[in-house]
Design a protein. Structure first.
Length: 423
């Protein structure tokens, strides 16, 4: 049996500690809402969060709860429960983990602190096939009503045609009507305000990214993944904007002082794929080479990878439809690949780390395309190896570190050759 050596990731910023507290407070609020008799929603897929905030709906998100469970190294236990219920090991690990949490007869104290049974489910096929199926088991198990939002696959690129936006806006309106039929009430003025705040949030995220492009970078991806919580879960809220304003101010001060994650930054790396949330210390492992993981693509899922100027608060549903359909995890592959190539250039990346989550049917398909495009477009090499970011049972610490060792040593040797050749 492979020995698994795990460690928490190191954070260096005050604001990300504050964001961590807001995450715990959020789930505490969902539990309190349940006790007050308000209908609790389980949301599957990348439904625009702004709608839930405008409804003042208490929501547990499929994409986030497994990460929290994984960070406590509990995901393997709940994934095993789902497999005992008959789900294949080839089903997305996020979905297996959530299903295991859903049907567990007993839950550990950590999960029980914020786990809430659903009254409603809102699901979608965005971004993947697994999203369109796994919720059905939970709906049957809890015997509750659900609504399915059909999202068109992006085959157009960055310019989504009006008919596709109109169609998906209608799907979102259907979801709103469903939730209103079950005790929630949408305030359209709040929805317009949510779109305005969402635009502001992404503008702040872009400024945060600009700070992270500095050499040395003031923020590594362990902080970055925590900082993505407002981007992914709190768009459309004043809290999200406030947290990002504080983060931006903290980073600007560090950039001005030329204070980086490392004193002597020799290599800048980008992580493509799901990081090992049960062992975020792996992201810091590379620091022994004076290398830093500057950025992770997971930070952009469900927000951040689009042009916010397109959004119009006076057309809230159309704006949210555009935002969802143009998301970089909604194929067309060109959007994702071009985004990665540009990020590699902007962040002055020396090497791209691609990890394949075997049970994912979406992200691994981009790996070879991204590898070729990054090398052709930016001259930057990529390493690709297997690593399931959620199922700790499949993690091999020695193999993961060996892959990183060989890749970074090759990058350093190549860099030395360039320096020697120019001297």
């Amino acid at each position: 049996m492979t020995i698994k050596v795990t460690a928490p990731g190191k954070k260096t910023l005050e604001t990300t500690a504050e964001i961590s507290k807001s995450i715990r407070a959020y789930y505490g609020g969902v539990k309190a809402a349940k006790e007050e008799g308000r209908p609790v929603i389980w949301s599957f897929g990348l439904i625009p969060r702004e709608i839930y905030h405008a409804l003042e709906a208490p929501v547990i998100y499929l994409e986030h709860l497994p990460l929290m469970v994984g960070a406590k190294q509990l995901s393997g236990h709940y994934i095993q429960i789902a497999e005992e219920e008959g789900f294949s090991r080839d089903v997305c690990a996020f979905h297996r983990c959530f299903l295991g949490c859903s049907v567990a007869k007993e839950r550990d104290l950590y999960l029980d602190n914020f786990f809430v049974d659903p009254d409603l489910i809102v699901a979608t096929n965005l971004p993947c096939m697994s999203e369109s199926k796994s919720f059905l088991y939970s709906a049957d198990y809890h015997n509750i009503p659900y609504y399915f939002v059909d999202a068109p696959i992006n085959t157009w690129g960055e310019k989504i045609p009006d008919y596709a936006i109109e169609y998906f806006a209608g799907q979102l309106k259907g979801a709103i009507d469903f939730m209103e039929e079950h005790g929630l009430k949408l305030d359209w003025d709040k929805l317009k305000e949510a779109v305005r705040l969402s635009k502001q949030l992404v503008d702040l995220w872009r400024e945060i990214d600009d700070c992270r492009k500095a050499v040395p970078t003031p923020m590594g991806t362990v902080d970055g993944l925590t900082a993505a919580f407002p981007l992914i879960q709190l768009p459309g809220t004043k809290l999200g904007v406030t947290l990002f304003e504080r983060l931006l101010a903290e980073l600007k001060e560090k950039v001005e002082r030329k204070e980086g994650v490392l004193e002597d930054e020799k290599l800048r790396l980008m992580w493509f794929g799901v990081p090992p949330f049960y062992n975020m210390g792996l992201m810091n492992y590379v620091e022994k080479y004076d290398a830093v993981v500057v950025k992770s693509m997971v930070e952009y899922i469900a927000g951040g990878g689009y042009d916010p100027s397109i959004m119009d608060p006076e057309k809230p549903l159309e704006s949210l439809a555009y935002k969802a359909l143009v998301d970089i995890v909604n194929p067309i592959s060109t959007n994702m690949v071009e985004f990665i190539v540009q990020a590699v250039k902007d962040f002055k990346i020396d090497g791209l780390i691609g990890v394949v989550k075997r049970s994912c049917g979406l992200l691994p398909g981009y790996m070879r395309l991204a590898k070729d495009a990054v090398y052709e477009g930016a001259g930057v090499p990529t390493t690709i190896f297997d690593l399931d970011g959620l199922d700790i049972r499949e993690y091999d610490d020695a193999a993961s570190k060996a892959n990183l060792d060989s890749f970074i040593e090759a990058l350093l040797a190549s860099k030395k050759e360039v320096i020697d050749g120019n001297s």
